[in-house]
Design a protein around this ligand. Structure first.
Ligand code: DGJ
Length: 739
């Protein structure tokens, strides 16, 4: 791994043998982009990649040099207004109202390892050999604005981290209107754009389209990363598959309003930018103040989408997620939400917990409804004291009884919200985000607390910390059930209102940080009406997130398949729930519900006491199986094999690091008649090893990967007595063990 600066040609080359990133100081002092992709060898200059040509209507940078125009030069951190007419990476309004910038190279430095990002989540190193960082300092002489571009290249991953830190070193205030985390001008547009989009209960579905001239983008304007679009996009070659071919993945470590954009210009150059959404954003920089953008991760692969995802999985599982739970298999939990909703008593909860304990479940999670006047979703949010009518012994008493049973206890909070009908709102109505003189919109009967105000965050910290100190709480489900509207903070001056969305997220991060520091062994699971804030920013604090409120196994195939593009299995909260399913009314076998949820942070979400003896036995078996293999499920290498977005089947698998054990999940949506014989080609096995499949036949790793695993069932032919019977919503797990 190395970062080279070629003095004569003023070229930077970041490489780790897997990828190369080339950028050069241009004749006008700005930075130009030369290449990003598969690693190339070092050479003194790559000047032939600085392509120049004279074109009519293009403005030239220098008089007499019509071939040097920013209109078509590939740039590193461009601004608008001096010849480049594409969307910029940075826009700064200056005291005279002007916005022209000339950010030119000043100096650079390299360091081993990776510095932390002030107040923001980011990837990190555990020792200096894991990564190397280049900082390039740019400066605009007129305003004295400095921009430090940071690049970290990781030793063992085809990934680089990018971010920018601005400092106003001048005498006058400046206003950042656009401050993207990076810009990448790729030389061609022969890509497909892949995004993860959806809505509540169908988050992160895969959508792909061909890049076209003009702008294509996904964004959030909702105050959270959102159910609608995820801060992850990918450019892939049309011929790239899960197993072969080029792709570049872009992921933003941020939980607020974001923008991910690709602009294809008239000469086929693709400009990718990603960062805080410039829409509804501005940030005042007083003299001496600094602003740090969120970090973005860019992964390059020429080995298909699985390879790209695995790089993200490793980085995010091992060097973004932190703390006690990072490398630990997650407890199998039972959450009471879909089992009881708001209708519970202490006695009923204890009964459910007892049955859960008897099946081997390790953690009982009490969801919404335990506090204040919260017997439905109209009241109580913000009053984080136990409701003694429902819980006569309080949370401490309930948690104590659960612990005595031999289980751990977890608790739901929605720290960022308040009901109008609550003591907190009555005491501090101005703590709710609202625009003076305007109507206040409610979402799920809630208002959003102004987390840009430190005193609000302090208050919530103290209420939560009190409970965590009093009761044996091992897990927190941190929910967030509405978007921000009428955005305005009564504490911010008029020229800083554009800072609210970002300051809000900084407040959320600071609360997470304080709680994680004070209670390091508590496992946090993030949630936002399911997967409304399932992003890398939150993953830094909460190593797992409730992926969706849709707990139907068939729906979950798509949600989990899409989510796995960027996020590791260990981060994907997945539960077995009751049938008919509460979201879609579908009746799927208990076996299939577990076979899908095993590929996640596994648990149950139902009233166990409503099940029969046979189902109890099945659940006990499932729990036993998951305990035996959860390390493999949650920390093995995950491969997508067959996409549920493309047909009636789905399959994926996990393989242990030593490649001696693997589990394949195979799913059929609807049953067929007179269907084909089937095989599914496996991945990641050792071609030289022989594997026993479900304790029966043995096959070489080479056969299983090249010929495939035979998955034919009784639906092939009129009736195949020797094959497994099949039905709608069918599924199977294949356990492969090396002999
Ligand atoms: C939305 C979450 O996604 C659910 O799992 C549940 O916790 C409810 N909120 C509780 O109000």
């Amino acid at each position: 791994m190395s970062i080279y600066f070629e003095e004569a040609s003023r070229t930077f080359h970041l490489t780790n043998g897997r990828l190369s990133y080339l950028t050069k100081i241009l004749p006008n002092g700005q930075l130009g982009q030369l290449y990003f992709g598969k690693a190339v060898n070092r050479r003194p200059n790559f000047d032939h990649l600085f392509e120049r040509v004279a074109r009519s209507m293009s403005a030239a940078v220098f008089e007499g040099q019509p071939d040097f125009s920013l209109d078509h030069v590939k740039q590193e951190y461009p601004s608008y207004g001096t010849g480049d007419f594409r969307h910029p990476a940075v826009r700064v309004e200056q005291p005279n109202g002007g916005t022209i910038l000339n950010l030119v190279y000043q100096s650079h430095s390299c360091m081993l390892g990776k510095p932390a990002l002030e107040g923001l989540p980011a990837t990190y190193c555990e020792n200096e050999r894991e990564a190397e960082t280049l900082c390039i300092l740019l400066r605009d002489d007129l305003t004295e604005l400095e921009a430090e571009l940071r690049y970290t290249v990781f030793a063992d991953l085809p990934a680089i981290a990018r971010s920018v830190r601005f400092v106003n070193s001048g005498q006058q205030p400046l206003r950042l209107d656009t401050a993207m985390s990076f810009c990448l001008d790729l030389p061609d547009c022969g890509y497909e754009w892949l995004q993860l989009s959806g809505a509540w209960s169908r988050e992160r579905h895969i959508h792909t389209r061909k890049l076209a001239p003009g702008i294509q983008s996904v964004e959030s304007t909702r105050g959270c990363s959102s159910h609608n679009h995820n801060p992850f996009v990918m450019l892939k070659r049309p011929e790239t598959t899960e197993f072969l071919g080029e792709a570049i993945g872009f992921s933003l470590i941020y939980s607020g309003n974001f923008l991910a954009q690709a602009e294809v210009d008239s000469w086929g150059v693709t400009r990718v930018t990603m960062g805080i959404n410039p829409f509804a954003f501005s940030w005042k920089l007083e003299p001496g103040e600094a602003f740090q953008t969120p970090e973005a991760i860019i992964v390059y692969t020429d080995a298909g989408l699985n390879a790209m995802s695995q790089a993200f999985h490793r980085l995010y599982r091992e060097r973004l997620a932190r703390g006690w739970w990072r490398d630990r298999p997650r407890p199998i939990l039972l959450n009471n939400w879909e089992g009881t909703y708001f209708d519970f008593t202490e006695e009923k909860l204890l009964e459910i917990a007892r049955t859960a304990r008897d099946q081997g479940i390790e953690l009982f999670v009490l969801d919404d409804g335990w506090f204040g006047a919260r017997t439905n979703d109209l009241a109580g949010l913000g009053d984080w004291t136990p409701n003694r009518e429902r819980l006569p012994h309080g949370i401490a008493g309930l948690a104590g009884q659960i612990e005595e049973m031999g289980m751990k206890f977890g608790l739901w909070f929605e720290p960022e919200m308040v009901n109008k009908d609550s003591d907190l709102y009555r005491a501090h109505p101005d703590w709710a985000i609202q625009t003076p003189g305007r109507r206040m919109s409610l979402g799920r009967n809630e208002c959003v607390l102004d987390f840009s105000r430190p005193e609000v965050v302090d208050y919530i910290y103290n209420s939560m910390a009190k409970l965590l100190n009093e009761a044996k709480i091992s897990y927190i489900k941190w929910d967030m059930n509405r978007c921000i509207t009428e955005a305005f903070s009564v504490k911010l001056p008029p020229d800083r209102q554009g800072e609210l969305f970002h300051r809000y997220i900084l407040g959320v991060y600071s609360l997470y940080d304080r709680l994680a520091a004070a209670f390091p062994k508590v496992l946090f699971e993030s949630c936002a009406s399911g997967g409304g804030r399932f992003d890398p920013g939150i993953l830094y604090y909460a190593p797992q997130g409730w992926a969706s409120d849709d707990s139907d196994a068939i729906e979950r195939l798509k949600i989990q398949y899409g989510t796995s593009m960027c996020y590791p299995v260990s981060s994907i909260g997945a539960h077995v729930s009751i049938v008919p399913n509460h979201q879609v009314g579908r009746v799927t076998p208990l076996e299939t519900r577990a076979n899908v949820a095993f590929f996640g942070a596994f648990g149950y979400e139902l009233d166990l006491n409503a099940l029969d003896r046979h189902e109890f036995d099945q659940i006990a078996e499932q729990v036993k199986f998951m305990k035996q293999y959860r390390e493999l499920f949650q920390f093995g290498d995950f491969y997508r094999l067959v996409s549920p977005f493309e047909g009636n089947l789905a399959a994926w698998m996990v393989v242990s690091r030593d490649r001696k054990t693997a589990i394949v999940g195979w799913y059929k949506l609807l049953n067929e008649v007179n269907g084909p014989f089937r095989r599914v080609k496996l991945c990641g096995l050792d071609a030289q090893m022989s594997y026993r499949v479900n304790g029966a036949g043995s096959y070489g790793g080479d056969e299983l990967m090249n010929i495939g695993l035979a998955t034919t069932d009784a639906s092939a032919g009129e009736s195949l007595p020797n094959f497994q019977p099949s039905h709608d919503f069918d599924s199977r797990l294949y356990l492969l063990t090396a002999e």
